[in-house]
Design a protein. Sequence first.
Length: 154
Amino acid sequence: MGPLMSSRGLTAINPQELGAPRGYANGMLGPVGGRLLCIAGQIAWDGEQRLVAEDFAGQFAQALANVVTVVRTAGGEPHHLAQLTLYVTDKEEYLATLPAVGAAYRRLMGKHFPTMALVEVKGLLEPGAKVEIQGLAILPGPGSEDESIEEKTP
């Protein structure tokens, strides 16, 4: 039996058959009447469109901060993010900097873990960019309550 749709925020869907996810959710169910926000791939640019860091962890932190800025500008908060896709130019560099990446993630996102995928790519459009983060957020619809995320494990 599947979870019931909630009108009070995102519901994490983590079927027992898939095991417990670590740092992500297997699915995120949006609220009835929610508004979908599609977030373009963000890199570690500042307001002048200059890369703010050369190291992977610094680029990750700025790229994720840029995603969160888009969500907040649309009237949402980080916990409204339902999906993140990370494009990285070097998976080994990502793994080597995981403690710093995790710290930056928790600073910006807290303990909110949407669905996620990490894809290693040959290169990104901007020279020197090492990570690009794309996202989907589901913002509350007009008049809906916005509470914390529920987790459903059928």
